[in-house]
Write a protein that binds this ligand. Structure first.
Ligand SMILES: Nc1ncnc2c1ncn2[C@@H]1O[C@H](COP(=O)(O)OP(=O)(O)O)[C@@H](O)[C@H]1O
Ligand SMILES: [Mg+2]
Length: 283
C-alpha cells in the first residue's frame, strides 16, 4: 500500500467488503467539514505540532489516537481555538471550517465555538440545575423558540432524558459521572453545533457509563461530525469511521503518521509505526 506522507485523505480508497459505508470508494464522497492545513503549534519554544494536514468529513466520527504527549489534545483544541487563552501559545497554518480559516482576524471565536463545540475529559457541569445547564448556551445566544422543548430535545439526544425528566431542577453536580458527561453532551448539543470535539470523554467513567457514551457517539454521527481523542484503541475501533494516528517525530513535535478508514488502519496500516503501535510494540 502506498504511504500517505501528507496525511490527507486518500482520494480513491478501495473499500473492502467489510469496510463501512463511510469509506466506500463508489459512494458519494462526503464533504469535509474541517480541513487542517499544515497546522503548527508552539507552547513557547516547544513545538507541539509539526505541520498537521488532516481533512475531517461530515457526519463521521474521526478518532485521534497515539501515545501520551503526542499532541492529540493540543490538536483537538486547535480545532476551535481553545488554545487561544494559553499565554505563549502560537499557531501557524490554517483550520478551514465552512470555507473560512477559523484563525482569520474577522472570525468571532465565540460564534465559531457555538458551531464547533467541545466535551472535556472530566465532566464539568455548571453548578446549576440540569435544566439550566442545557438552557445556558441557548439563552446566551438569544434563542427564541420554546426553551422547554429545546432542553427536552437536547437531553433526549444525549440519551439522558428518561433518567432526569422528573428531576430537572436537581443540580447537575448531583448526577453520576456518566450522567454528568451526558449532560455536558446535551449542553453542547443545545446550541445546535455542526461539530463536537471530545477529548477522552470516557476516561473518567466506569465501563457501563463508557458503553452508553460510545453508543451515543455512534447515534450522534447521523446529525453531527465528531472528533474524539482517545488513548483506548478498542474505543477508537468501536466508535469511529476514520482514525488518525499521531506520534512524536524526530524533533519531538506531534505529527500525523497516518489517517485511514478505521477498519483498514487497524487491520492493514500503511506505516510501520502505526503497525508497531496498534500491535502494542510501543506506547
Ligand atoms: N498548556 C501547556 N503548556 C505547555 N506545554 C503543554 C501544555 N499542554 C500540553 N503541553 C505539552 O505539549 C505536548 C503535547 O501535549 P498534549 O497535546 O496534551 O498531548 P496528548 O493529548 O497527546 O497526551 C506535551 O509535551 C505536553 O507536555
Ligand atoms: Mg490529551
Amino acid at each position: 500500500m502506498e504511504a500517505n506522507p501528507t496525511g490527507t485523505r486518500k482520494p480513491n480508497v478501495e473499500a473492502s467488503p467489510s469496510a463501512n459505508d463511510a469509506a466506500q470508494a463508489n459512494g458519494p464522497a462526503k464533504p469535509d467539514v474541517l480541513i487542517t492545513e499544515d497546522l503548527k503549534f508552539w507552547y513557547g519554544k516547544m513545538r507541539a505540532l509539526s505541520g498537521i494536514s488532516l481533512n475531517i468529513p461530515q457526519h463521521e466520527v474521526m478518532a485521534i489516537i497515539g501515545p501520551s504527549g503526542c499532541g492529540k489534545s493540543t490538536y483537538l483544541r486547535c480545532l476551535n481555538r481553545m488554545n487561544d487563552l494559553i499565554p505563549s501559545a502560537r499557531v501557524e497554518g490554517r483550520v478551514i471550517f465552512d470555507g473560512e480559516n477559523i484563525y482569520a482576524r474577522n472570525v468571532d471565536p465565540v460564534q465559531m465555538r457555538r458551531r464547533i463545540g467541545m466535551v472535556f475529559q472530566k465532566p464539568n457541569p455548571f453548578p446549576k440545575s440540569i435544566y439550566d445547564n442545557v438552557a445556558y448556551g441557548p439563552k446566551v445566544n438569544g434563542y427564541r423558540g420554546s426553551m422547554d422543548d429545546l432542553v427536552e430535545h437536547s437531553l433526549r439526544q444525549a440519551a439522558l432524558w428518561d433518567e432526569v425528566k422528573d428531576d430537572l431542577k436537581k443540580s447537575g453536580l448531583d448526577l453520576s459521572g456518566g450522567q454528568q458527561q451526558r449532560l455536558c453532551i446535551a449542553r453542547a448539543l443545545a446550541v445546535e453545533p455542526d461539530v463536537i470535539l471530545m477529548d477522552e470523554p470516557c476516561s473518567a467513567l466506569d465501563p457501563i457509563a463508557t458503553t452508553r457514551i460510545e453508543d451515543l457517539i455512534r447515534e450522534l454521527r447521523e446529525s453531527y461530525t465528531i472528533v474524539i481523542v482517545t488513548h483506548n484503541m478498542q474505543q477508537a475501533a468501536r466508535v469511529s469511521d476514520r482514525t488518525a494516528f499521531f506520534m512524536i517525530d524526530e524533533q519531538s513535535s506531534g505529527s500525523l503518521v497516518e489517517v485511514d478508514e478505521t477498519q483498514r488502519l487497524f487491520t492493514t496500516p500503511s506505516d510501520q509505526r502505526t503497525e508497531d503501535y496498534i500491535t502494542g510494540r510501543f506506547g
